[in-house]
Design a protein around this ligand. Structure first.
Ligand SMILES: [Zn+2]
Length: 117
């Protein structure tokens, strides 16, 4: 009865950095080899780091492109509007259209970037 009762683990299993066996991501130490860093060093592999950086850049690009398109649409609507309340509605409408166009546009940019990077 020396074995501690295992708790049901719902966490994702990762491959131990040292021995390659499955370890819960939240495990303090690998039950197979005793490694105290089963998830690997705090600094992730260069490839993983690069992927995370690209994803962060993609997220920023998505926000920026969407904001730019919405801003441009708003400006266009404000300039083209007849003035007064109608102008505000036009600005809102064009801003919305800009945002709707901006999201897929940013996705296209992201996809083409990830292909050529
Ligand atoms: Zn291990």
């Amino acid at each position: 009865m020396g074995q501690a009762r295992r708790q049901p683990r719902r966490q994702e299993l990762i491959d131990c950095h040292d021995c390659g066996n499955g370890v819960s991501f939240s495990a303090v130490a690998c039950p197979h080899c005793g490694s105290t860093e089963p998830a690997g060093p705090a600094v992730q592999s260069r490839r993983e780091l690069q992927r995370l950086r690209i994803e962060a850049a993609n997220d920023r690009r998505l926000v920026v492109v969407t904001a730019l398109c919405a801003g441009a649409g708003t400006l266009y609507g404000a300039v083209m509007g007849a003035g007064g309340a109608a102008s505000w509605w036009a600005a809102l409408g064009y801003g919305f259209v800009g945002a709707v166009i901006g999201v897929p546009a940013a996705f296209v940019i992201n996809i083409s970037r990830s292909l050529f990077d």
